[in-house]
Design a binder for this molecule. Structure first.
Ligand code: C2E
Ligand code: MG
Ligand code: MG
Length: 529
């Protein structure tokens, strides 16, 4: 398969797989969120039902108290007329009257039945002495559950429409009551549920089968209100929200997958391009001057690698050196750099006995047994003395490995000066410097950048310098861009080296040599004058 087709296929597959995963995640997450939302709504619903039920119960208690102390003889015409007036004024009640031993004597709507009626048994007895009857036959109303409550020899009947206003298309409710004489739980009003008794008599949420329940119990009565909804209905109610979660997650997943495939493609192709560039020896070296801060004289250079990719973009070493490190071929860059520097700077190093070029090496080099022998071979071949090549190592590398510490010792034994690069950024424990046998440190650009600001990093600089002086370490300051920064460090007592755009940008070897010649001429003129 041609490479571009393969890449397109990878991108499509990654996008589709990530979209599918995103959709699935959206489904799971959306379902959970929607059901949680419905649980809250159910709870609000149960609270509303409790409020309504408690209000009507309070009103019925008041009416029962009134019926138990009537202004007329029980079941007299005058009392029945009086009871009718009371009932018509009430929002919650449908009937009221007197009953004894479960038999109705009279009521506002039935009047006075001629002969004694049948005896009814209460469904629930309550702590306060009231008894609850369900669906007393003479007071039945179609399919509705009719609740009657008796206290003393009076009773009243709730209107079955009381809680009807609270009806909802998908949410249902049931009101459960505990009979104090038997301890049994039964349904007072509302719709039947298949839920276990504990769900209906304990406050909180529950899920059983494909139904969600929210129960709230009355603090005044032995009743609990349970609102419930089936999960498919809950998802239907919040259909828009649910679909939005699924859709959004699917789109995010697709974007994520597409972005990953692009990044993968880029890193893959970058790695291949970089490997090719190394094989074809297309990396270049630039040299940035290192100056003696007091005199401004160039005393050395740092060799920095440069790479222009196949699309003609200059990729920064921070990016491609990391790729080479991650893919395990950074040693090839180091070897290439050593070769280039020794070739390009041979004459320079021979003609200037004090001049030194620093090389950056990677963590993997320090742990690589080939590295030291490669260095020895290359230096011997180029007939350059080892002290003319300095080695820069990032602080964090050295902390991690004992092998790194051994390699540093070896490099120093060979005659190289070893510097801790970007000092202060990583494991910047000053005390740790005792442990490492190095020649110097390069203070990271972040400290230089902070000069002239209030940043705490500035206050650390004197401590770093004092510690370096105590340990007799040579200090190079990185990233000097302004005169103010240069002046700050020039005022320090310690003889410092410095590097930064203020003194010179990294240059190809020919331009760097030109810079040195111009400087020599200037120095010669100054001496002659
Ligand atoms: P480093 O070793 O700390 O190198 C100094 C970096 O700071 C260089 O970036 C240099 O161009 C930049 N620089 C110098 N003066 C200034 C200044 O005044 N202002 C600012 N803003 N920047 C300044 P570069 O060349 O992009 O290199 C970045 C890093 O990549 C280096 O940091 C080093 O860690 C790594 N690197 C560069 N060349 C090599 C190499 O050949 N091998 C390895 N292993 N790493 C390398
Ligand atoms: Mg460096
Ligand atoms: Mg540095």
């Amino acid at each position: 398969m041609p490479i571009f087709q393969k890449r397109a296929a990878i991108a499509i597959i990654a996008t589709v797989v990530a979209a599918a995963c995103g959709t699935l995640a959206g489904y799971v997450l959306g379902r959970a969120l929607v059901l949680r939302h419905e649980e809250n709504k159910l709870d609000q619903y149960a609270i509303r039902i409790r409020r309504e039920a408690e209000t009507s119960a309070a009103e019925s208690r008041a009416l029962l108290a009134t019926l138990n102390a009537p202004p007329y003889p029980n079941c007299s015409d005058a009392e029945i007329a009086w009871m009718r007036k009371l009932i018509f004024q009430s929002e919650y009640l449908k009937d009221g009257g007197h009953m004894r031993d479960g038999r109705i004597d009279c009521s506002a709507t039935l009047g006075r039945p001629g002969e004694p009626g049948p005896q009814y048994k209460p469904a629930f007895s309550r702590q306060d002495g009231t008894r609850v009857y369900l669906n007393l036959p003479p007071l039945r109303m179609g399919d509705h559950t009719v609740v009657s409550v008796q206290l003393g020899d009076s009773f009243m009947v709730y209107s079955p429409y009381n809680l009807k206003d609270l009806g909802s298309a998908f949410m249902h409710f049931t009101v459960s009551e505990v009979d104090i004489s038997s301890g049994q739980t039964g349904r007072l009003v509302g719709e039947p549920t298949g839920a276990q008794a504990w769900i209906l008599t304990h406050e909180g949420w529950a899920r059983e089968g494909d139904t969600i329940y929210a129960t709230r119990c009355s603090t005044r009565y032995t009743s609990c209100m349970t609102a419930f909804i089936s999960i498919p209905d809950a998802l239907r109610v919040d259909r828009g929200e649910f679909r939005a979660y699924i859709g959004l997650s699917g789109v995010c997943g697709a974007l994520f997958g597409f972005a990953c495939s692009l990044l993968y493609r880029r890193s893959q192709s970058m790695e291949q391009q970089l490997r090719r560039a190394i094989r074809q020896d297309r990396l270049r070296v630039v040299y940035q001057p290192i100056v003696e801060l007091a005199s401004g004289r160039v005393v050395g250079a740092e060799a920095l690698v440069r790479w222009i990719d196949d699309d003609n973009f200059e990729v920064t070493p921070d990016v491609f050196v990391r790729i080479a490190e991650e893919r395990g071929f950074v040693g090839a860059i180091t070897e290439l750099m050593v070769g280039h520097v020794l070739r390009e700077c041979q004459d320079l190093l021979r003609s200037r006995p004090e001049f030194r070029v620093n090389l950056n090496i990677a963590a993997a080099d320090l742990g690589d047994p080939q590295f030291l022998s490669m260095m020895e071979r290359a230096i011997a071949q180029a007939e350059v003395e080892a002290p003319r090549l300095g080695i820069e190592i990032t602080e964090s590398y050295t902390v991690r490995l004992q092998a790194a510490k051994d390699a540093i010792l070896h490099l120093r034994e060979m005659g190289h000066s070893v510097y801790i690069d970007d000092f202060g950024t990583g494991y910047s424990s000053l005390a740790y410097l005792h442990d490492l046998a190095v020649d110097g440190i390069k203070i990271d650009r972040a400290f230089t950048l902070a000069i002239g600001t209030e940043a705490v990093t500035v206050s650390i600089i004197p401590q770093i310098l004092a510690m370096a002086a105590a340990l007799k370490l040579q200090v190079t300051v990185e990233g000097i861009e302004t005169e103010q920064q240069a002046d700050y460090f020039a005022a320090c007592e310690l003889p410092l080296l410095a590097q930064g755009w203020y003194f010179g940008r990294p240059l190809p070897v020919a331009e760097f040599q030109l810079l040195l010649r111009v400087e020599d001429e200037r120095a010669a003129k100054a001496n002659a004058g």
